[in-house]
Every structure is written in structure tokens, then in C-alpha cells.
Design a protein around this ligand. Structure first.
Ligand code: FMN
Length: 411
């Protein structure tokens, strides 16, 4: 009597992918969020294909799959979530398909220059770390892993207001200080205190985030919190601002009765900020040309085109599609950065050809951090730098400064 051959690891993984057991093991064949994006190549990596070290990674998605397996459900949900059904999160990836690249031939690309200039400073790479809160939810080293893993290779970093590491500690390990992202809260005293700390730590610029006047509807996060059976009260204190009480930037500040939301914030806030600080001011979360123009008129020194990685308004519109109207309106007066869905060197090339000065990444470096700490952050950035260089060489681009609309056709 013949015996059934034992299942190989690969065929077992294939069996598992179609099995009702899968959710019980913490996987889902179609987890809401990033896994549904078309460029992730596969909705589910086979279990045997998860990388065991940063060196095994072929692209940045390899880190996402390890992060999903490593993190507690609620923390992965915080990282992955978009809003509503994650349509805008997916749009951020799909938007890149609206723009195809038009390569130039017979250009000497034996050496390429990936440096860019922003606010009078030269950076070796246009890849900036976007602000992201609570990074110790992803790895015990949190923001320090991001700072150490990015600074040596010349990456700029923007530090969130709601970090789990202070701005002083982060800047102490960076070659050049981070920019400080500001959620102003509803108290000017708190805003002023945050600005003084950022200035004292040497931050040359403050990045005012304007796309979250009120909390957004993060359904993927809500579902993942329900799925998490751990007792989280040790780290997350109750009450409307209880979650802020452990954040180092709020140490010593009385947050009782201070709403975090800023539904009252309008254009004059930029003028008020201008009067309060000598730091450069960038406005993050702009998606329209007319708003970008007003930012410049109100004294902003830079714009970040962003929909908060699909975590703010459920517009269904990608950041990359918002970029051209902002570039046109700003007309070179201030630098324009863009974030949302950047996962490939070719994504970066497209944004720079459309007129961006630099791009920011959020989830990819957090995937790297969750998977392998600082080494993961370093490898994610190394992969993106290598993909960008390759994309430049294959599209006939010697220097990022050469990029213009002639490299783009409608997709
Ligand atoms: C886990 C997480 C936390 C974030 N926290 C902040 C924040 O504190 N302040 C902010 O301005 N943006 C925050 N963002 C948005 C990012 O700065 C950035 O706009 C977005 O992640 C870019 O999209 P990407 O993740 O597709 O690269 C956060 C994003 C993520 C994924």
C-alpha cells in the first residue's frame, strides 16, 4: 500500500494559505492594508519564504511580511492601517501607474549623482524618513534605531511629536539634526514648549502637520486592537490624553483638559508659528495647488504633499497624483517633498521627474525596524538607494537634478 508523501514545507505553506486555520495562526490570506496592494507581488508570502536576516531581503516588502509575523496584532494594525476600507492607502500605490517613465538612451551612466539640495543643505540621497509616532511599539530601540540606521548614509529624518524617544536623544546620535514634526494640540503653551525643545535640540525646521484636524476612521487598527488579547493597560493609560502621558516630548507638561485635536486651526496659525520661532516652517499634508500657494503666501518655507500615508481623509486620491498641481502652484519658490506609497526606486524617480525635491518614506523603514531593529532600517534604505541608482542608470539619468517632465508619460 503506498503511503502519502510527507508534505514539504513549501506545499504545507501552500495548503495553509487556503486553510481556515490561517487566521488562527495570525495570518490572513488578504490582510486589510498593504497586502492588497498590487506591487506587493503576492498577497501572502509562503511561510517558508519569510526572510531570516536583513541580508536575505530582495525588496522592501520582505520586511513587511516579517513585521506582520513579529509584531503583536494591535501594533501591526497601527503600522498598517489606512482609513475606512483602506482605499486611499491602496490608491497611494496604484497612483504610480498613472505615470510611466520615458528612458533616455546612450548616456554615460558609469557614475550617477543621487544628491539633492533642500533649504540650502545638500543631502546624499532624496530619501527622507517621514515622522511616525510611537516607534518603540515596533522595536525596543524605536526612534534611535531609525536615527542610527539612517544618519550614516546621509538620510534626513523628521521626528514626530508623539515619539517614544526625546528629540534631544535622537539628535545626539544624528550627524545632522532632525526636523521636528508638530502636532500643536489645542494649547499655545504646549505648542510653545514643544518648539523651545526642538530649537534647543538644534532642529533647523519644524514640520506642521495639517491633515488631521480630528481623529480619522482607522478601521484596520480598530479590528487589530480587538484581535489583540494582551493586557495593554501598562503602556496605554486611560483617558482622552492618557496616551500622551508617557511620551517624552510631553514630560512636565500639564495635558489635563488639553484636546489633542485641532479642528479650529486655520491659515493664521502659520503666521503665529512664524512669529514664535526662527526655525524654518514646512507644512505637511497639502494635496492641492491653491493650498500650497497659500502656504507660501503665509510664509511657509516648504511643502510636504501627503495624505498621511492614507491615514487621514478617505479621499481615494494618491499623493503622487496630487504632486503636479502643487509643483505648478509653488513654481520653485520653496522645496516640495512628497510621501505616500514609495516602495521602489522607480517611484522616487517618477516623483522627482514630476518636480519633487525629495521624497519621504514611512512604513518601509518601520517594517525594517519591526523585523530587525537598526539593521532592518539600514537594509531597507540600502535597497531603496540601490533601486534608485539602478533606475537612474537604466533611464539615462546622470544626476537627479536633470530630471524633468520629459521623463514622464501618462500611464
Ligand atoms: C505608524 C505610523 C505613524 C505615523 N505617525 C505620524 C506622525 O506622528 N506625524 C505625522 O505627521 N505623520 C505620521 N505618519 C504619516 C507619515 O509621516 C507619512 O506621511 C506616511 O507614512 C507616508 O506613507 P507611507 O507609509 O506609505 O510611506 C505616520 C505613519 C505611520 C505608518
Amino acid at each position: 500500500m503506498s503511503q502519502a508523501a510527507p508534505l514539504s514545507r513549501r506545499s504545507f505553506a501552500r495548503f495553509l494559505a487556503g486553510s481556515p486555520l490561517l487566521p488562527l495562526l495570525g495570518f490572513s490570506a488578504c490582510t486589510p492594508g498593504e497586502s492588497e496592494t498590487p506591487n506587493s507581488q503576492t498577497a501572502l508570502r509562503e511561510l517558508s519564504d519569510l526572510i531570516g536576516s536583513p541580508e536575505d531581503a530582495i525588496n522592501v516588502f520582505d520586511f513587511r511580511d516579517v513585521a506582520r509575523q513579529t509584531l503583536p496584532p494591535a501594533h501591526y494594525g497601527y503600522l498598517a492601517t489606512g482609513v475606512d476600507g483602506d482605499e486611499t492607502l491602496r490608491a497611494n500605490r496604484e497612483g504610480f501607474r498613472q505615470f510611466d517613465l520615458r528612458a533616455r538612451r546612450l548616456v554615460d551612466v558609469s557614475s550617477v549623482d543621487t544628491s539633492v539640495e533642500m533649504l540650502g543643505e545638500r543631502w546624499e540621497t532624496p530619501i527622507v524618513l517621514a515622522p511616525a509616532g510611537s516607534q518603540k511599539a515596533f522595536h525596543p530601540d524605536g526612534e534611535m534605531a531609525a536615527a542610527r540606521g539612517s544618519t550614516a548614509q546621509g538620510h534626513h529624518q523628521i521626528l514626530s511629536t508623539v515619539t517614544t524617544t526625546s528629540v534631544e536623544d535622537v539628535n545626539a546620535v544624528r550627524h545632522r539634526p532632525a526636523w521636528y514634526q508638530l502636532y500643536p494640540t489645542s494649547s499655545w503653551d504646549v505648542t510653545r514648549a514643544l518648539l523651545r525643545r526642538a530649537e534647543g535640540a538644534g532642529c533647523p525646521a519644524v514640520v506642521l502637520t495639517v491633515d488631521l484636524p480630528v481623529d480619522s476612521n482607522r478601521e484596520t487598527l480598530k479590528r487589530s486592537v480587538k484581535a489583540d488579547t494582551r493586557d495593554c493597560s501598562n503602556c496605554h493609560e486611560a483617558g482622552p490624553t492618557g496616551w500622551l502621558s508617557r511620551k517624552p516630548m510631553f514630560e512636565g507638561l500639564d495635558m489635563q483638559g488639553v484636546p489633542f485635536d485641532t479642528p479650529w486651526m486655520t491659515w493664521d496659525f502659520i503666521s503665529r508659528l512664524r512669529d514664535e520661532t526662527d526655525m524654518r516652517i514646512l507644512v505637511k499634508g497639502v494635496v492641492r495647488g491653491d493650498d500650497a500657494l497659500r502656504c507660501v503666501q503665509y510664509g511657509a518655507d516648504g511643502i510636504i504633499v501627503s495624505n498621511h500615508g492614507g491615514r487621514a481623509e478617505a479621499s481615494g486620491r494618491s499623493s503622487i497624483e496630487s504632486l503636479p498641481e502643487v509643483v505648478t502652484a509653488v513654481n520653485g519658490r520653496v522645496p516640495v517633498l512628497v510621501d505616500g506609497g514609495f516602495r521602489r526606486g522607480t517611484d522616487i524617480l517618477k516623483a522627482l521627474a514630476l518636480g519633487a525635491d525629495s521624497i519621504c518614506i514611512g512604513r518601509p523603514y518601520l517594517w525594517g525596524m519591526a523585523a530587525f531593529g537598526q539593521a532592518g532600517v539600514e537594509k531597507v534604505l540600502e535597497i531603496l538607494r540601490a533601486e534608485l541608482r539602478l533606475a537612474m542608470q537604466l533611464h539615462g539619468v546622470q544626476s537627479l537634478a536633470e530630471l524633468d517632465r520629459s521623463f514622464i508619460v501618462a500611464g
